[in-house]
Write a protein that binds this ligand. Structure first.
Ligand SMILES: [Zn+2]
Length: 484
């Protein structure tokens, strides 16, 4: 999509555009000191009839991880094993001594389906830890130095829900699956505060290049809450290209090891950076058959996993609610979604809370969600990216009805669109395309119009974030024009 993100810092009046969202928009936009104003003394710019919408708001993504990934070696363009190895070798030469070599977007299925072996990585370096993360986020390949750092040997038993892949002679190949991958990944040194600031700034640039100007980090506190909040504060101070809304992991606020973060939260400036609320996970994902569903997976049976027992979830929600927090809960499967709604229903006034993903919904659940008055976020880019995996795990019929945009919107539930990047590219244009013309394999009845999809990714993003409506008087002048 050929578009332009406008963020004037002076005084200007913009005329002659066509409002790109449903209904009537402002007929002209006056900007005074970079903010939308009633009127302006500045010159007039004729936009030549281009479409105009507010800038995108990505109210569910992972800002810091997006930026950290941007700093890692990217293997997504490699088309052979040799290209992967050459890229790793080159990076090895450039990195300072002792630093881990971390790569992303490794994908053996793009060559011949055969994983790299740790011996091939050891031939590049046997003392620098090397770890290539698979593009699906559920596997990686490590060299011997990485396995050594993680204290994994041929004798180490597989963790529950994971595999240290071994060859016929019982020797580790370096391939790590699921929990084994997570465990070894967690032994890599965590980023310094300065590295985090750089990552947030890089993520901000990358997101702004798609027209995003505000984003919510949906799991702040994965490394160290205090340093992460400080990094967000510093990034804002240093002119981060997006406004940021950290949403803090529940355990970091209320768990047994939680440290009070009130001072750090209050040190944020409020507009450029503001803590949104608390994040809870209720289940897993469809791609790993861990989303909690009613009907078993056709791929491997089972009905997925709840992260917490229902009573525990209910108590966590109550704790955060009573402390005055907003809550966003990840629930992908229909079984998890009901438990989340049970927890919200037990509160006196749940309307400030959100449900994230809600990928499988019955009509009755949609009615219930409306009754509760909660906000629902969905990620249309997933449809384009993971269709194959959804059909594999759920079968074509159930997969075709994932993400019921039209039913949810027509019911009157506040619905916003977001990316969840870095799981996907984070391209709002692709997302709005996927939501208004669902890819092959999905029912077309659940399409929104393109304008409605854009609205869900802009105006409704602000609703999701409890921010003022974009382009209202006093708000930052941030908008996008494009022509088809
Ligand atoms: Zn997420």
């Amino acid at each position: 999509m050929d578009f332009k993100l406008w963020r004037p810092d002076g005084d200007t009046r913009y005329t002659n555009y066509s409002w790109g969202l449903p209904g009537d928009g402002p007929s002209e936009i006056s900007v005074q000191n970079g903010r939308v104003a009633e009127s302006t003394n500045g010159p007039t710019i004729d936009l030549g009839g281009a479409n105009l919408i507010p800038a995108f708001i990505d109210a569910h993504c992972h800002i810091l991880p997006t930026g950290l990934d941007l700093q890692k070696l990217h293997l997504g363009n490699c088309t052979t094993h040799d290209e992967v190895l050459n890229a790793v070798r080159e990076q090895h030469r450039e990195l300072p001594e002792g630093a881990w070599l971390l790569a992303v977007h490794y994908d053996q299925t793009r060559y011949d389906g055969v994983h790299l072996h740790r011996d091939q990585l050891d031939a590049i370096s046997s003392d620098r830890p090397i770890l290539l993360r698979h593009v699906n986020g559920h596997a990686s390949v490590a060299n011997s130095a990485t396995l050594h750092a993680a204290k994994v040997t041929d004798e180490t038993p597989d963790p529950k829900g994971g595999t240290y892949v071994k060859d016929a002679s019982g020797r580790l190949t370096g391939v790590l699956l699921e929990r084994a991958h997570e465990f070894v990944t967690a032994t890599a040194p965590s980023p310094t505060t300065e590295e985090m600031v750089d990552a947030i700034l890089a993520a901000g640039e990358a997101m702004a290049s798609y027209g995003v100007t505000c984003a919510t980090d949906m799991m702040t506190g994965r490394y160290d809450l205090a340093r992460e909040l400080e990094a967000y504060r510093l990034a804002a101070e240093r002119g981060c290209a997006i406004r940021t809304r950290p949403c803090i992991q529940w355990a970091e606020l209320f768990g047994p090891r939680a440290k009070p973060a009130d001072e750090l939260i209050q040190a944020l400036d409020g507009e450029r950076c503001r803590v949104w609320g608390a994040k809870i996970f209720a289940d897993g994902a469809i791609g790993s058959a861990t989303a909690a569903v009613y009907e078993p997976y056709v791929s491997e049976g089972g009905t997925g996993q709840l992260i917490y027992a229902p009573e525990k979830l209910m108590q966590m929600v109550r704790t955060a609610h009573e402390a005055g927090w907003r809550i966003a809960i990840h629930a992908i499967g229909d079984r998890a979604t009901d438990l989340v709604m049970d927890a919200y229903e037990a509160l006196d006034e749940p309307t400030r809370h959100r449900i994230e993903h809600a990928m499988i919904l019955s009509d009755a659940q949609i009615e219930r969600m409306l009754r509760l008055g909660i906000h629902c976020t969905m990620q249309p880019e997933f449809l384009a990216r993971f269709g194959h995996s959804y059909r594999h795990h759920l079968g074509p019929e159930r997969a075709s009805k994932l993400k019921r945009f039209r039913s949810v919107k027509d019911a009157g539930i506040p619905l916003s669109f977001n990316s969840d990047r870095p799981i996907v590219a984070g391209d709002p244009w692709l997302a709005c395309m996927s939501a208004s013309n669902r890819p092959e394999g999905y029912v077309q009845e659940e399409n929104l119009t393109y304008a409605e999809a854009l609205e869900a990714y802009t105006m409704m993003g602000a609703v999701a974030n409890n921010d003022p409506a974009p382009l209202g008087v006093g708000q930052p002048a941030e908008f996008i024009t494009w022509t088809r």
